[in-house]
Write a protein that binds this ligand. Structure first.
Ligand code: 5RP
Length: 259
């Protein structure tokens, strides 16, 4: 039969959908295009920000960018930036940062963020808060209708002294919220189902992770104030009104949202 002799139709070559890490790299590279020689740059922490560090290092080596000074938001970022050849400084020497580039765990429609699932929220907030421009880089999975809505944690950095008391006060604050829970973050390496050594931040503090079934509803500024008023809390991972722009890489392309 004629059809059989034609054989099967040639397979249509469809480009594979970019993997999540490719999307992170695309967003990071887009943000690095905003840098100019001579800028003081806040260097974020996490797998998305790591792509920005690699790209900045590459552009410095090629001489496309010159005289960049990086302000790292964590010890991990400091080591990575040094390894790729980014000259480093700190907020003492550079209290005003031209631009910061960092990832986020969640971004809501008003460009409020949850950050700190990597544990670096305090230094991130200090450096990004001192920045003229704060550019957030995410893949599309980070976009949420409301903060805390992805079922993952909203982190709070607390001092180790009587951390259980501070955790109790955080629990009381959200008493009655459906499905609310608060847990001390444990070091992943302990691998014993949550009973091991506490996770310790670069500032030698602990992290209490807050979980909400349906996200955080209500006046976020008020909720932020209430958390910060608890003695023992150092900072929380809600970054409200701080992002200047969010660069979102998705399978259909890149979207930039400006404040
Ligand atoms: C670390 C952070 C990170 O920016 C956030 O966790 C996003 O990480 P990743 O880019 O790996 O998804 O806030 O404290």
């Amino acid at each position: 039969p004629i059809l059989a002799s034609l054989g099967s139709p040639p397979a249509v070559e469809r480009p594979a959908a970019p993997a999540q890490d490719d999307l992170k790299r695309i967003a990071a590279h887009r943000a690095v295009e905003l840098l100019e020689s001579g800028m003081v740059v806040g260097l974020g922490t996490g797998s998305t920000a790591a792509h920005a560090l690699d790209r900045i290092g590459e552009l410095l080596r090629r001489g496309v960018l010159r005289d960049i000074v990086g302000i790292p938001t964590s010890k991990k970022t400091e080591a990575h930036a040094a390894a790729v050849g980014i000259p480093l400084s700190d907020l003492h020497a550079h209290p005003i940062v031209d631009i910061s580039i960092d990832g986020a765990d969640e971004v809501d429609p008003s460009l409020n963020l949850v950050k700190g699932r990597g544990g670096s929220l305090l230094r991130e907030k200090m450096i990004e808060g001192a920045s003229r421009r704060f550019v957030v880089i995410v893949d599309e999975s980070k976009m949420v209708p409301c903060l805390g809505g992805s079922g993952l944690a909203v982190p709070v950095e607390v001092i180790p002294f009587c951390w259980g008391h501070t955790l109790g006060r955080l629990r009381s604050l959200f008493d009655g919220e459906p499905g609310f829970d608060a847990k001390l973050r444990r070091a992943a390496s302990t691998g014993d189902g949550g009973k091991g050594e506490p996770f310790v931040t670069d500032n030698r503090n602990y992290i209490v992770d807050l979980f909400f079934d349906n996200g955080i509803h209500g006046d976020l500024d008020l909720i932020s104030d209430k958390i910060l008023r608890i003695t023992g809390v150092v900072e929380h991972g809600m970054f409200l009104g701080m992002a200047s722009s969010v660069i979102i890489a998705g399978k259909d392309g890149v979207t930039v949202l400006d404040k």
